[in-house]
Design a protein around this ligand. Structure first.
Ligand code: SF4
Length: 483
């Protein structure tokens, strides 16, 4: 493979590199056919459009001409400059805002603006802002001291001013030099040890295959970046080696770094054994699941949310009027999607949910993970439900995720609903769907609804995805009982 000495570095590549060094390398040299589409970049783009729309002013223009004319907002600038030796750095700036200063165009200057998703300002936001700041400074021959970061909180756009300090700029230049080194290498940087990042990365298929082939420790559920380093320190470098080690020996060695590492030694050995031999290992010989086995029927419950505005927009239920040990006819299961269009319609939603659940008050409510009971109980409290009602509801929840973790080591990299259900053999009807995709459909549907008021395809796709999540939960429960 030819290394790339001439390709300009752009803001997109810098962002990739900050997330994961390997990602930046793959963005240049990876086989694009193997890249997965993820909803995250579209969500980010839509969010950016919403935020920038809020900055709109009457006086605006496009490109460098807008700056020359001193417009308040300049859209769509493309700037390049060798911020590091022999390497062009370029950025596509969707928007710049006029501020005070003395630029080549007059007694004003322009400052960089970016939109962020997520709860916090990260290094990625700061360095991207610093990069566009340095490029603008060079163009306008004036140093702006601050950039703006916009984000949406509960439908309100907030503006934060970020000081473009010498420290941030030094960090940026160091990062650009290291990024350059990485993309000049003929081999990709290693797979990140923080594999949580990979779940939303478009290269995950490629990296999963490499990690499995190598037997990387980061593949083992329960081993994060820190623990992998500790295991390397005591001479364990892959899954096979971990699977063979004696529990008491590993415990002794890991306890030197803290009792919590020693405590988990048995679990990670069993997990690596399960993954390396591809078999399920039971952690407790006698598993009592009487509340599941004896129930005459169930409700299965799954929520879809918009985390940016803390809004659970869909509460999906399946009512299964029979014991789960029996054969389940999926065609006959009745799925009820209860939509919560706006946060202020919760009162109506709570009534509908309680009415539904009171049809069979003796049915447990099964769910996967802690989100569902937390959200529903909070909703009840907000609607003034009496403490007895809340207590009774609490008793009905059964978390299948907790039970699986308590009783089994399964040959999967993580214990998310998707991994476990797929391992059991369940397939979602729609390919490459996840919570982010459902969120994107939801936001698109909300926008289109105002125009054509139609029950659009986006909404039925969300229902289908949510229904499949509920069915996946039934399948795992059924597996748990039968094994
Ligand atoms: S899948 Fe993970 S290791 Fe691979 S490029 Fe993406 S973040 Fe990096």
């Amino acid at each position: 493979m030819q290394c790339n000495k001439s390709k300009p570095i752009n803001d997109h590549l810098l962002r990739s590199w900050i997330r994961c060094r390997r990602k930046a390398w793959l963005d240049i040299y990876g086989d694009k056919q193997k890249k997965l589409w993820t909803a995250h970049s579209t969500l980010q783009l839509n969010h950016q459009i919403d935020c920038f729309h809020n900055l709109s002013q009457k006086s605006y223009g496009i490109g460098i001409q807008a700056c020359e004319e001193g417009k308040n907002i300049a859209y769509g600038l493309r700037i390049k400059y060798p911020l590091i030796k022999n390497r062009i750095i370029q950025a596509n700036l969707p928007i710049l805002r006029k501020t005070s200063g003395e630029s080549i165009w007059g007694n004003f200057a322009y400052q960089p603006v970016l939109a962020r998703q997520g709860k916090k300002i990260t290094r990625e936001h700061k360095l991207t802002l610093a990069m566009t700041g340095l490029l603008i400074n060079n163009l306008q021959k004036f140093q702006v001291k601050k950039g703006l970061i916009l984000h949406k909180e509960n439908e309100v756009i907030k503006v934060e001013k970020i000081r473009l300090s010498d420290n941030i700029n030094t960090d940026l230049i160091d990062s650009l030099l290291n990024l350059e080194k990485d993309i000049e290498s003929r081999t990709p940087p290693p797979i990140t040890s923080n594999r949580k990042k990979c779940t939303i990365c478009s290269w995950r298929k490629n990296c999963d295959a490499v990690a499995i082939k190598k037997g990387s420790l980061s593949e083992v559920s329960g081993i994060g970046a820190k623990r992998e380093l500790l295991l390397n320190k005591i001479g364990i470098n892959n899954i096979e080696e971990l699977a063979k080690v004696k529990h008491y020996k590993l415990k002794e060695k890991l306890e030197v770094f803290g009792t919590q590492h020693g405590d988990i030694s048995k679990k990670i050995i069993l997990q690596s054994q399960s993954q390396s031999t591809n078999r399920a290992i039971k952690l407790t010989p006698e598993i009592e699941l009487n509340n599941l086995k004896k129930a005459k029927g169930f409700y299965i419950y799954d929520i879809e949310s918009d985390p940016d505005i803390k809004h659970d927009f869909l509460h999906g239920f399946i009512r299964l009027p029979k014991n789960i040990k029996n054969e389940i006819s999926l065609e006959k299961t009745k799925y009820s999607p209860l939509l919560n269009l706006e946060k202020n319609t919760e009162n109506f939603l709570w009534k509908r949910i309680t009415k539904k659940l009171s049809l069979n008050p003796d049915y447990p409510i099964i769910h996967y993970g802690e989100t569902e009971p937390l959200s529903l109980l909070k909703l009840g409290l907000r609607q003034g439900a009496d403490p007895h009602e809340i207590e009774e509801l609490k008793k009905r929840f059964i978390d299948i995720h907790l039970l699986i973790r308590e009783y089994w080591c399964l040959p999967v990299r993580n214990y998310g609903l998707k991994s476990i259900a797929e391992w059991i053999g369940f397939e979602w009807k729609q390919s490459n769907v996840d919570g982010a995709r459902a969120l994107l459909w939801w936001r698109q549907w909300k926008k289109s609804r105002k125009i054509n008021k139609m029950y659009s395809r986006n909404l039925s796709s969300i229902f289908e995805y949510n229904r499949d999540d509920c069915i996946a939960t039934i399948m795992i429960t059924n597996w748990l009982i039968n094994h």
